[in-house]
Design a protein around this ligand. Sequence first.
Ligand SMILES: Nc1ncnc2c1ncn2[C@@H]1O[C@H](COP(=O)(O)OP(=O)(O)O)[C@@H](O)[C@H]1O
Ligand SMILES: [Mg+2]
Length: 302
Amino acid sequence: MIRRILVLMGGWSAERAVSLVGGSAVTEALKGLGYEVSAVDVQERDVAGLLGVFRPLPDVVFNALHGRFGEDGCVQGVLNILGIPYTHSGVLASALSMNKVMARRLFAQAGIPVAMGMVVRRAELLADDPLPRPYVIKPLNEGSSLAVRIIRYEDGGSPLANREWLYGEQVLVERFIPGRELTITIMGEQPLAVTEIVTDHVFYDYEAKYTASGSRHILPAPLSPAVTDEALRLALLAHQTLGCRGVSRADFRFDGESLVILEINTQPGMTPTSLVPEQAAYIGLNFAALVQWMVENAACDM
Ligand SMILES: Nc1ncnc2c1ncn2[C@@H]1O[C@H](COP(=O)(O)OP(=O)(O)O)[C@@H](O)[C@H]1O
Ligand SMILES: [Mg+2]
């Protein structure tokens, strides 16, 4: 019987603010369901403090963290050690999903199309274009589009000239996939629906993601039944390929002909207006029912 639930939220990643909003919504929903709930804002690098919040041991941890440490397998490892079942993916799937280079390799191997791309050193990028423009540069592991940039013909010069790059010596470079942005929630072994994300911004950047007017969601995405089915199939395959658990969300580009996967998010946003709750509602599950399913399907790694 699950009675006591601890919600982990906040943290110190770039997505702290989003995590606090999602975590609070989850906390309220769980209280409404009758669980005994406490919520903790995880403090920066305070491992002793983190261990302290698990006394007394909760029956389940709802992990509402995003980004480094909360989404990349680190917190998941602590919970495995303590033997507390937690929501979402385990250590390996979380780490693989957070690392775009590793995830791309595994997707490609499973037959899921990825954008043509490569890892280059920062110095090489300063010297020359590694691909014909337009192309995209991104950190090997970060979330929230914080450092993702599209390099166009008209930008001129080196993509890193006069620009800070705080994400290490290596940079992932990908061909720019024109067209539309699609996202699919996977819940257990079921892909829920396809949403198209439309934005007036140059791309689905940080502001577009997290401001009310930044983007519009079209659900279901206006696609042919064949493309919809293929998107659902590839999303589930991606979730299974990385070994994800519980709820995840797969992001794709669609250029009118092919679907290309961008990434899997193992800790997708859980604010009331986030994509996952929206897709759950579309198949008839309200926010509380979604959260309850996640708690009931919480697990540790075997
Ligand atoms: N290869 C690409 N072609 C076109 N747009 C891209 C490409 N890669 C990323 N983008 C745009 O940048 C956004 C963020 O990229 P993504 O790889 O999902 O990183 P993040 O982990 O920061 O969300 C995407 O949602 C998409 O709009
Ligand atoms: Mg993304």
